[in-house]
Design a protein around this ligand. Sequence first.
Ligand code: ADP
Ligand code: MG
Length: 671
Amino acid sequence: MKLSDDIKYLKGVGPKRAEIFAKMDIHTIRDLLYHLPRSYIDFSSPVTIEDATLDEQNLLKCRCSEKRSYQYTRRGMQIFQLMFTDGSDDIFVTLFNQGYLYDKIRVGEDYFLLGKVTGTLTERVMNGPQIVEVLQAEKLRPVYPLTEGMTENILRNCMKNALTCLDNETCEVMPSEIIERAGLMRTDDALKYIHFPRTQSDVVPARKRLAFDELTTLQLGMLSLKDRNRTLTPYVMKSFPMDEFYRSLPFEPTGAQRRAIGECISDMARNVPMNRLIMGDVGSGKTVVAAACCYLSHLNGTQSCLMAPTEVLADQHAETLSRFLEPLGVKVALLKGSMSTKDKNRVRKGLASGEYSVAVGTHALFQKATEFSNLALVITDEQHRFGVNQRDALAEKGVNPHRLVMSATPIPRTLALMIYGELDISTLNEMPKGRLKIETYAVTGKLRTRAYNFTKKYLDEGRQAYIICPAIDEEEGMQSVLEYAERIRSADFAGYTVGVLHGKMKPAEKEQVMTDFKDGKIQVLVSTTVVEVGVDVPNAAVMLIENADRFGLSQLHQLRGRVGRGEHQSYCILITDNVTETSKKRLKALSSTSDGFEISELDLQLRGPGDFFGNRQHGLPSFKIADIAADTDILKLARESAEEIYASGYLEMEEGKGLKANVEKLWEEAN
Ligand code: ADP
Ligand code: MG
């Protein structure tokens, strides 16, 4: 049998089970081999019945002392009762509808029982445990993600059969020198051990090897992408001094801004398209960098565009760019979905004729109807909100345009290399001078009234406030935001104007609310995280976040960045009733630093990379095995190995075919 064969031909499978496997996204024998255990049951360390923790999952090792006869309930359910003992105590076990298992159990034999132990001080009970004969138990048993109709036993048997295929065909696709030099296990062995480890010490190197494969494959994809970009010819921009631009700004640019602008200018002067990421905290002034690039493009007689994920942001950017650039003679256009057809057509005409040299907008920019006369630079803000396809659609409107991506989610360097591996990165790690530190406090719900009074004090001074309610989805968000606003309007914030903002509102409605808030017509804005992205209201001085522990640190930091954007001292109040150590540690970290890069490092350590990836839903495959927070050493090795493999031309060789196919498959899945 071949690894690429349909799973239904594997011994023990057949068409029926193949359908169940299909539901688990397992179609071939190779797919099955890469269906990895979620965790392991360690049979080497059972506890005694006496020591078992009540109301928790425990592994017991005990002897069956009695099989009581079974009974039927009125609803036709079979209930089987058994007694087990291990010398320390007895335990009463109940099985439901598992006559087959019941029949197999023999009095006097030893078994492992895995399940939740309940009962009273005097009587221990286990309902429906997993029961494994001690004689048959391996030391470690993998636990797999399953679906209805699939059991651990069936899966394990099929896995055993699938592994025999490795006797004739290998899953190894990496060059052996690299594997040997790095002291890694062979892939085939790794697969064997990950599914059937003898001890925990088999699992570690097996995991490491599979994580290495996963990360290296991803990195190879990044490198090919980077290279593909290198073969394209963009509009090569002549460099101009930026003095005039800097002079026209209402403030002194930071060193980091000057550096990033310099990097962009020299990128765009080369004969390969720029592909750069500007990563900087909220408020670090990324828009200035974008404006400078647009200005350079204008000086070169070409067009540029800046795409924002929401209309509010597009408005804001259009306003800012006009303010910076129009005095320099640059015409800036705004194009967004909610504009009338007439207005859109007018703007589109101006873009096609070259009347405008800068276009700011939302997705309306990359619709078919939009044409540019000579688009040479494409900038996307908060790019994780856009799909790769959308970005490509926009890039196709120009001839191999330079690309600049702006992200307000500072992430640790290791992670940045991983997920933005195809981009060059500039970091804005310096805040504009004179920014006041946002005072951050974490309190429990008991102090809510005090937090409200604190907020009102600033409202009375003329400031504004945000209140954020977390939500799992837009539906829930709408509910909680509306209820919350209703509650505070009629009680604590009676007499103040309270507005609401949530994801279920129509774009035009959201727009209206944001405009009212900006204009000061709304004093308190109760919102879901839709407010998170880049909105700038300098008069807002208080950010109150309910259920703060439901957010990742980086996300809290982003929300906090909505205040402190003007000259007023600002405050962030985090309300949470979760007082676990981790939660306390997280919130304390947030109170003690305002450096987004530092916070992201911590977030990564405390919560893992899920948050970051959750944000960037598009364009990145999910990892089956690699844990980027824990695997930074493997990550480094993978990056170096990928570079070496790529440079050696291995992917184009006969023996590199398997790896090349894996790289292509991974990127197909991602996009
Ligand atoms: P972000 O990086 O979050 O997109 P913005 O570009 O929106 O930040 O800038 C945030 C605010 O800081 C804006 O009001 C902008 O005008 C201002 N700003 C940007 N750079 C500087 C600077 N060097 N000095 C003072 N203020 C600045
Ligand atoms: Mg911004």
